[in-house]
Design a binder for this molecule. Sequence first.
Ligand code: BGC
Length: 508
Amino acid sequence: MIHFGKILLLLCFIYVANATKYHTYKGFNQNSTFPPEFLFGVGTSALQVEGGWNQGGRGWSLWDYHIFTDPEFIFDGTTHEVAADSYNQYKRDIGLLKELGVNVYRFSISWPRILPLGTPDYVNPEGIAYYNNLIDELLANGLTPMITIYHWDLPLRLAELGGWLNEDIANWLGDFARVVYQNFGDRVKTWLTINEPFVLCSLGYAYGIHPPRVITPGEGFYECGRNVLLAHARLYHIYHDEFKSQGGKVALIFSADMAYGVTDSHDDAEAVEDFLAFTLEQYAHPIFSPQGNYPQRLIDRVGNASSLQGYKQSRLRPFTPEQINYIRGTADFFALNSYSSYYVYRNDSVKELHAVPSFDDDMYVGYYTVPQETTGGSMWVYGYATGLYDLLIYLKKEYNDPVIYFTENGSSDELGFYDEEKVDYYRGYLNALLYAIDEGVDVRMYCAWSLMDTFEWNRGYLVRMGLYELDIDDPNRPVFPRKSALVYKEIIRSRKIDPDYNPEPNDL
Ligand code: BGC
């Protein structure tokens, strides 16, 4: 019997083989260089690298609670308690940034380190001092700080009050952001409000993979997204109303991956549109479209499904006209995280795949990652650089040629110096980026993820994305450069991609 899945896989390989013009050495764009003002950076987030979980007056985060109370939660049984020890070793981190030659360091501020109970009635002076030291040391070394205000470490107490399902979160996060702007805004000029609404809301409130591990894919998922948009807008307005004189920029970080129809059918073309509507435009359209609000196809789809299911109102709760205005236009640039691309399809089998009600069922799309162009390496990142090129062209058209900061991109690999798959991944994606810049896409910054191996959320240290390898068995947490670090350093230095550059361990 012919297996349908195998045919699909074969089709994918044929498609990929025909379409991968931006990743191959043959396709390397060696005539172009990154513009002189283009910025290179590297990123981390607080819970993933700081450690010091109970040092310096830090309060409890929701992650602490889940990690400590459920031994099964983290795949490999590791914890974030020490992580890369950046709380104590931030000067080492700055040494690495200097070694790489990056311009920008993207990191996040731990909400429970600044406000241990989540609310502004007690501001922890040791938390403020830590970030002041980090920022000052970065600036003293000629590095630009770029701060994510919320990268998923919700204070436990606010989680108990409903977290992202409580509309008050816009006020809670607003109060936190005000403390952050007040204390650091004299020196920090680029603010990323919230990391990846789709990932935050799908993993936390639909699939139950990240805390609070609530499985409400048909309701909580949308409520979370709605509250993210309201909270982001609040942070944007607080900054522009109260801290305008600081002269910085504010944006929400979107995660986006390109989608391709498995076949040329009309249904699969619709599946592409729907995939992008649910995963990206749900969040980007209210901010970047001239009319604001959710995309109409999302409103219609969820509204119709809800009504068929007997709901009196849409599970995608509508914004009021005031809220639409409040959210519209609240971005000074388009912040993009992207890692992979997807094949999508629509046929009767899709109806069997998803729970009802759920956003997946509403979306009515089957999907799987485009098989990666290179093999091995990563547990979940399937590098398809052509997808990045197509995505950037799409964003340029769809959102009226925005200024784009590419705030996160990278891959994982085996331990050891020779992280060849990761090297290929970086070269491929930076190459696609160069082509997109040549096509007039206004990308001003690229941020590799991540500086060193980070605590990869529920996957612990099974996934190693660092340019520097972290020895998690050594209490001093030493780090070692991988080949990808040297290759990235050379790209930054030369401002172009040399596929033949083949460094050895002591070339740094
Ligand atoms: C998150 C990072 C994470 C990365 C790799 C992104 O979605 O922003 O925190 O480390 O994916 O898993």
